[in-house]
Every structure is written in structure tokens, then in C-alpha cells.
Design a protein around this ligand. Structure first.
Ligand SMILES: [Zn+2]
Length: 247
């Protein structure tokens, strides 16, 4: 049975409850539904805790899709944890501070891809730092201006919204694809799009399965770090929160 992905509709659902449907040979825990995001698309899986009805806690170190099966989510316990029993109900609590930073940085990387208008070849999201790799033969001359543009998007507090469309709708609206830097995945019927800004004032629109903040103001001020050469055509751009490391 596929896990219901609660974080898709509400990334701010930091606590919920669920039923344990399986515990695999490695101690990985499968729930009927979860708010824990599983590692994919450069965003790390959530950590947190599962709490049984008798109060017993199982610390979760990370969350993954087993064998690349994106319909299933496995909660991976930290070392030496007691495991909840199959069929029992547990409280499901995300490490909220960590996830919020990942949401802020993930959304910030969408903005980074706007100020660096080049094809994205890779990326990763961290709690202190994010990065995108671009197919960008030359480094833009005025990186300070790009950083100012980035912080302008943050200050303008643009809404970040999730939209679902069918592949048929997408085919009927080819201009939608044209505005996207990343081609949507095909073959699953529905495509999840993340729009930053509204209507004609849309700043960014791309298919994405990750978790994002509600509006760009929540990201906070950003600082563009090193731009490293990674191969002849590739440049890696690092991004940091201006506030620095978490406490
Ligand atoms: Zn995203």
C-alpha cells in the first residue's frame, strides 16, 4: 500500500499521527501516511521522532524512498532505537527547526535559478547552505547585482503556491512548458508545479516535488557564496542565509 504524502498539500504539518503498516528487515518503518519528506530532488529526508501511545519514542535519523520507489516512504531509525509495532498508532513529529530551514533554502534555490537564467544540471539543499550547478560557460560579471535581485525577491514577499495539472492540461497549454526551465516528468498523469508570484507577475514556475515556504519573505536575506568551476561548461553556485549558522 502506498504511503499518503501529507507534506505535499501541507508542508507546515510538523506533527500528525499515523498507523505503522510495516517494519522492514533493516528496521525501516512504513506508515499509512506521513508528513516526513523522503530524500529526493536534492532535498534531504526529514529527521524527527515517532511516539507510541505508551510514550515510547523512536528517533528517526532520515527518511528515504526504498529502492527508488517514489510511492513509498521509509522512516529510518537512529541507532539502537526501540521500534513501534505494526498496526499501532504513533505520533509523527518532524524536527521542525531543521525542516523549516530546508524549506527556506529549497525555495531560495528556485529564486537562484531565476537570477542565474541558465539550465540547471544539479543541486542540493542544506540547512545552512544550498547549491545549484548551472550549464554556464562564463561567470556573470556582476554577482553583487544578482545577489541584490535575489534579496529583492525575498523582500517583495511573493506568494509560493502549489498547482496540480494533468498531462492533458499541460499539452493544451504549451506556453506553460515554455515558461518552465525544467521539463515536467511524464507518465504519472498529474504534474505538481510550484509557482512563485502570481499570474503575469510569475517569477518562476517549475515542476517540483519538494517542500517550500508559503512566501518568499520567509526565506530571509541571502548571500551568494563561491562560484566554482565544475567542468568546462558547468559552474557551481553556493547560497547561504545571511544570518549564518543556526544556533
Ligand atoms: Zn522546489
Amino acid at each position: 500500500m502506498a504511503t499518503v504524502f501529507l507534506f505535499r498539500d501541507d508542508p507546515y504539518l510538523f506533527e500528525t499521527d499515523a498507523v505503522v503498516t510495516a517494519v522492514n528487515d533493516l528496521g525501516g518503518i512504513v506508515l499509512d501516511r506521513t508528513n516526513f519528506y523522503a530524500t529526493s530532488g536534492g532535498q534531504p529526508g526529514d529527521s524527527g521522532v515517532l511516539v507510541a501511545q505508551d510514550g515510547a519514542e523512536t528517533a528517526i535519523a532520515t527518511t528515504v524512498h526504498p529502492d527508488g520507489d517514489k510511492t513509498e516512504i521509509v522512516h529510518v531509525p537512529a541507532e539502537d532505537q526501540g521500534l513501534p509495532s505494526v498496526g499501532s498508532r504513533v505520533a509523527v513529529r518532524i524536527d521542525k527547526a531543521r525542516r523549516l530551514r530546508l524549506m527556506r533554502m529549497h525555495t531560495a534555490l528556485h529564486l537562484l535559478s531565476v537570477v542565474f537564467p541558465f539550465p540547471v544540471t544539479g543541486g542540493s539543499v542544506g540547512t545552512e547552505k544550498g547549491r545549484l550547478d548551472f550549464d554556464m560557460p562564463e561567470v556573470p560579471e556582476d554577482v553583487a547585482a544578482l545577489e541584490a535581485a535575489l534579496n529583492g525577491f525575498v523582500a517583495a514577499d511573493h506568494p509560493v503556491v502549489t498547482e496540480w495539472i494533468s498531462e492533458d492540461e499541460l499539452d493544451a497549454n504549451p506556453e506553460l512548458v515554455k515558461t518552465m526551465k525544467v521539463q515536467p516528468p511524464r507518465g504519472q498523469g498529474r504534474i505538481r508545479l510550484i509557482r512563485i508570484g502570481t499570474g503575469a507577475a510569475t517569477i518562476d514556475l517549475q515542476p517540483c516535488g519538494g517542500t517550500h515556504v508559503r512566501s518568499t519573505g520567509e526565506i530571509g536575506r541571502l548571500r551568494i557564496g563561491k562560484i566554482e568551476k565544475k567542468g568546462r561548461e558547468n559552474r557551481r553556485v553556493s547560497l547561504f542565509f545571511e544570518e549564518g549558522k543556526p544556533n
